[in-house]
Design a protein around this ligand. Structure first.
Ligand SMILES: [Zn+2]
Length: 203
């Protein structure tokens, strides 16, 4: 997808609707800076507001992703290409998130181990030892919900009974046993409990 072309297209369609950046932003409930960023090709509109944006601009989502009004003949072909590119983008972003999860997890663990070592071997009062360990735990405690959120939303879990791939609820992630990224959960499709692997692709 050509972000710059899409940006120019958004600006062109916005002017055609005689809207200012501010007016368009207000209708979509975003800042005018966000609109300006899209139009300069700095970033893409979030998927969650794409439909609304397209309605305001009088175009289809497919048009938006192509950066032009797509003719009827090659509509399907272009739509498939866009869908594939979006799936690939999500896959790349998910991969980054999962790497970030490992990095943050390791970093927090190292801090905790370092604090424990200091508390064990450095000469100090008893209350100071407790304080050092407690402070050493803080990064992990803060990061933990975010790490779980990544576990939940990056990629999919695949049921080993029926092969169904899905994004589990945050609660299911919280309550399930796991070994690495593989989790013991109930499949929403077949209802069986099994060890489910994390996969990046849905199809
Ligand atoms: Zn299943």
């Amino acid at each position: 997808m050509d972000q710059e072309k899409i940006g120019k297209f958004i600006a062109e369609r916005r002017k055609l609707q005689t809207l200012t950046q501010m007016q368009l932003a207000e209708r979509l409930g975003v800042s005018d800076r966000a609109v300006s960023k899209w139009e300069r090709g700095k970033c893409m509109p979030d998927v969650s507001i794409m439909q609304e944006l397209c309605r305001e601009l009088g175009i289809s989502v497919n048009d938006l992703l192509c950066g032009e009004v797509v003719s009827v003949e090659n509509y399907n072909e272009k739509m498939e290409k866009n869908l594939m590119e979006m799936a690939e983008q999500k896959e790349r972003a998910d991969k980054m998130l999962l790497l970030l999860e490992i990095f943050v997890g390791v970093l927090c663990t190292v801090i905790l181990v370092a604090a424990s070592l200091v508390a064990s071997y450095v000469q100090m009062e008893e209350w100071q030892r407790v304080l050092v360990v407690v402070v050493g735990m803080i990064p992990l405690l803060i990061a933990f919900p975010f790490l779980l959120k990544i576990e939940q939303t990056a990629g999919y879990y695949q049921c080993s009974a029926c092969g169904h791939k899905y994004v589990p609820t945050f609660k299911a992630i919280n309550l399930s046993m796991h070994m690495g990224r593989t989790r013991y959960m109930r499949c929403p499709n077949c209802g069986k409990k099994s060890w489910q692997k994390k996969v990046l692709r849905r199809d």
